[in-house]
Write a protein that binds this ligand. Structure first.
Ligand code: 6PG
Length: 230
């Protein structure tokens, strides 16, 4: 998976959401094998929301060398640590509780402490982890990614942001910055469903959406289903 960074995103329109998720899981396993072979470990940033859940379930069925995986989160909702709406709980339920990955290899954002405190704590974690091998992202119907929302301003060069008044509940969130999400060998964005069509067209037309501001050393790969890209 080595697209040319200068060429902008590499768009892949696939038949349906299941195919997107199957291909995403295969690409993640490939990226992990390469990273572990070259660098001895695989540092991946997980996406939240619903789209990646099927990908995580597929990964739960593979026999990867999980001890070499280090997992981080692109964003988190400021909810109790065991709240079903947390991105960390979704990933644990679909995948991480089902495989032999050491607990110390999973780095949740302590968003239960509140956005400001969690952002400060997680900035040190991110600084120690960058550059990431792979950043997995979703995209909202307004072109947001992680918890970077259109119209929201954040201090430049911040590693992790405290997010307030988010248009997608809950109000308070924590998000890796554009710079942190882009400090990666590869970025893969999953976009499925007719609801994403408008934002996808705006992105492809060159609109300056938050998702469009993410880059990667080897370029950004976008896996879309026909409902989103036709
Ligand atoms: C979140 C996610 C968010 C998500 C998009 C797409 O906390 O909700 O981080 O950025 O990736 O909103 O969400 P769906 O995959 O549910 O459409």
């Amino acid at each position: 998976m080595i697209p040319d960074a200068a060429a902008g995103p590499h768009w892949h329109c696939l038949s349906d959401a299941d195919t997107v998720c199957a291909q995403a899981a295969a690409r993640i396993l490939d990226a992990a094998a390469c990273a572990i072979d070259e660098r001895g470990c695989f540092r991946m940033v997980l996406a939240g929301g619903r789209t990646p859940e099927k990908v995580y379930r597929q990964l739960a069925g593979s026999d990867a060398d999980w001890t070499a995986w280090q997992l981080y989160f692109g964003d988190e909702r400021c909810l109790p640590a065991d709240d079903a709406e947390r991105n960390s709980v979704m990933a644990a339920t679909a995948w991480l509780d089902r495989v032999a990955i050491p607990a110390d290899n999973i780095h949740p954002i302590p968003a239960e402490l509140g956005a400001g405190a969690a952002a400060q704590i997680y900035a040190a974690v991110v600084k120690a982890a960058r550059p990431f091998d792979l950043v997995l992202l979703g995209m909202g119907e307004d072109g947001h990614t992680a918890s970077l929302f259109p119209g929201h301003q954040h201090p430049p060069h911040e590693v992790v942001h405290a997010v307030h008044h988010a248009p997608k509940p809950p109000d308070d969130r924590v998000s890796l910055s554009r710079e942190s999400l882009s400090d990666a060998h590869d970025v893969m964005v999953l976009v499925t469903g007719a609801g994403k069509r408008d934002a996808l067209q705006q992105w492809q037309a060159g609109d300056d959406l938050p998702v469009a501001q993410i880059t990667a050393r080897n370029g950004v790969t976008v896996l879309m289903d026909a409902e989103a890209c036709d």
